[in-house]
Design a protein around this ligand. Structure first.
Ligand SMILES: C[S@@+](CC[C@H](N)C(=O)[O-])C[C@H]1O[C@@H](n2cnc3c(N)ncnc32)[C@H](O)[C@@H]1O
Length: 228
């Protein structure tokens, strides 16, 4: 726990309008100031063809766990789509937020109140096992942790801070690791349409397409791994 506490303290936050956390380390908000939940649903769920692709054993992986917003939105979508069994969700995070700050951020999303309340006692734990969720937090720099991760995800949420401010989470080598850890016919999605990110995904082997972005963002990126 002591290690968790010191890392959490290192993640100093400002709060925009009292409700959206902004990282001082990266000088960037954790999600859209307009409507983070709508952006999550558009970019990461719809961008990966979800909930339509959900099936038993489906595995989501994420770069950047942050406030847990994407996990909550995914679990809610999983439940609403009537899936049997557990959603697997693995997230990589170098600077975990303190549980109290996660709860404060999540309180901004009334539509997620039920799942947020249910998961609140579990924040800070590396694994959460419920009847319909198998969650794992892989703590540390994703550049070191992903290459040795034994899993393969059906859908990736690429959710680092903006590539300009958090380039280490978007490099071509890391995108190659994302590809290597993607199941056949798996996908990845991200809110950014930055050329370097798109090129990194394409060089890794993904088929990369541009899709309409959320809100004021014109474009986002979707990537697919061939079935061959
Ligand atoms: C935009 S936030 C993620 C928001 C999150 N998905 C949510 O639902 O709230 C980006 C996250 O990436 C993490 N991060 C930045 N660099 C990292 C690295 N090298 N390895 C792992 N995580 C990193 C940050 O600490 C931050 O939590």
């Amino acid at each position: 726990m002591a290690r968790h506490a010191s890392l959490a303290q290192a993640q100093e936050l400002d709060w925009r309008e009292g409700r959206v956390p902004v990282s001082r380390r990266f000088d960037d908000p954790y999600y859209s100031l307009q409507d983070g939940l709508a952006e999550t649903r558009h970019v990461f769920l719809a961008g990966n063809g979800l909930p339509g692709r959900f099936r038993p054993g489906f595995h989501v992986a994420e770069l950047g766990f942050g406030t847990g917003l994407n996990l909550l939105a995914s679990l809610q979508a999983w439940r609403e789509s009537g899936q049997a069994g557990r959603l697997r969700f693995t997230s990589f995070e170098a600077y975990p937020m303190a549980p109290a700050e996660m709860v404060r951020a999540q309180a901004g999303f009334a539509a997620l109140e039920g799942v947020a309340r249910e998961l609140a006692p579990h924040w800070g734990k590396p694994r959460i096992l419920l009847d319909d969720l198998d969650f794992e937090l892989v703590e540390g720099d994703a550049r070191a942790r992903l290459p040795v991760w034994p899993g393969r995800a059906d859908a990736w949420f690429l959710d680092g801070f903006s590539p300009a401010k958090n380039p280490e989470l978007w490099g071509a080598e890391l995108m190659a690791e994302v590809y290597a850890h993607t199941a056949r016919a798996g996908t990845a999605a991200t809110y950014t349409a930055a050329g370097a990110v798109r090129r990194g995904l394409a060089a890794a082997g993904f088929e990369v397409t541009r899709a309409p972005g959320h809100g004021r963002k014109r474009h986002m990126t979707r990537a697919t791994k061939g079935a061959a």
